[in-house]
Design a protein around this ligand. Structure first.
Ligand code: UDP
Length: 328
């Protein structure tokens, strides 16, 4: 099979690249390297088993000609290219909206033209402000005002979902949508705000771990390889077409407890520093207090269950950050 992965040089994308190469497929990657990195795919480009089956193009997904050619030759498309990370969105609001809305529309339009299967990566951000758990795909959603830019990401991803579902209903496109909850693992960078790599880097440097707010906010973290398995299984599941699925973990932890776990695991002498939200982000920033997915729907379809527990995830991230530091 020929697989196109937009954003394939990114954190999740590069793990998906590896899994499809391992399966024997030819893998095509389009990535503008805005948040992705060639270091993420270099090990495969330099590996004798894979190097003849991996093709990389540094290009924007908004480039019509490039996308026309790639979608034309591939059998299926995983659309992961997007502006990601709260900090990145706040720093680049216009670019983020453009890439998320116009980029996804391009993928959907061309997949329809060439009759190719598509998987669209959405986000748990789509759930907006809520106080309950677990979050179910059919839940109502409430967003903050448009003056608070954090919500632009949620709104753009929700628009992507509407557009994908409209292509499914009106144009007969085979498309499935996944709402990814905090996915973590080796190669994720802390540069755009992601908490796990940031805490691990801070702990290994024996610097204070920066817990935003009072640290009572909670998340569930899912290991990237578990997520990749789920994405591949969904692509093979006929009934996934025209549906939206949560993909996430089940082990809820507060950010304060996460910081303590990272300090324990690394044996670091770091302390914990509480940072008010207005110092970490912009004034009036709103964080999600709790974010726990219901995974009943995807479990019913493909038997998905996260296999990797938080301690294993964290030790794998620690090993990977240590390796990166050595190579710097
Ligand atoms: N966070 C934190 N310290 C950091 C980075 C993030 O306390 O250095 C918090 C952040 O405010 C949020 C949680 O960790 O409550 C998860 O943040 P991340 O950016 O990883 O993902 P989000 O769930 O916000 O998309």
């Amino acid at each position: 099979m020929r697989i196109l992965i937009t954003g394939g040089a990114g954190f999740i994308g590069s793990h998906l690249v590896e899994a499809h190469l391992e399966k024997g497929d030819e893998v095509y990657i389009i990535d503008d390297l805005s948040t992705g990195s060639l270091d993420n795919i270099a090990p495969y480009q330099n590996n004798n088993r894979y190097k003849k089956r991996i093709f990389f193009q540094r290009e924007s997904i908004l480039n019509h000609e490039a996308m026309l050619e790639l979608i034309g030759i591939c059998d299926m498309v995983y659309h992961l290219a997007a502006a990601v990370g709260v900090q990145y969105i706040l720093d680049n609001p216009l670019e983020s909206i453009k890439i998320n809305i116009q980029g996804t529309e391009k993928v959907l339009e061309l997949c329809t033209k060439f009759k190719k299967k598509a998987l669209i990566a959405s986000s748990s951000e789509v759930y907006g402000k809520h106080l309950h758990a677990p979050l179910v795909e059919t839940d109502n959603i409430v967003y903050g005002p448009s003056s608070k830019f954090r919500w632009s990401y949620a709104a753009s991803k929700l628009m992507d979902e509407f557009t994908a579902l409209a292509y499914f209903r009106n144009k007969g496109l085979w498309v499935t949508i996944v709402r990814l909850f905090n996915t973590v693992g080796p190669r994720q960078t802390g540069a755009y705000g992601m908490v796990v790599p940031r805490f691990v880097e801070q702990a290994l440097d024996n610097k204070p771990l920066t817990v935003y707010g009072d640290g009572t906010q909670s998340r569930t973290f899912t290991y990237v390889k578990d997520v990749v398995e789920a994405l591949m299984a969904l692509m093979e599941a006929d009934a996934a077409a025209g549906e939206v699925y949560n993909i996430g973990g089940t082990e809820e932890i507060t950010i304060m407890d996460l910081a303590k776990r990272v300090i324990d695991l690394t044996g670091s002498s770091s302390t914990i520093q509480l940072v008010p939200y207005e110092k970490a982000f912009v004034k009036d920033f709103e964080d999600m207090h709790r974010r726990v997915p219901s995974i009943e729907k995807i479990k019913k379809l493909i038997g998905f269950e996260p296999k990797t527990d938080l301690d294993t995830i964290l030790s794998n991230v620690v090993d990977s950050v240590k390796r990166q530091k050595k190579n710097r």
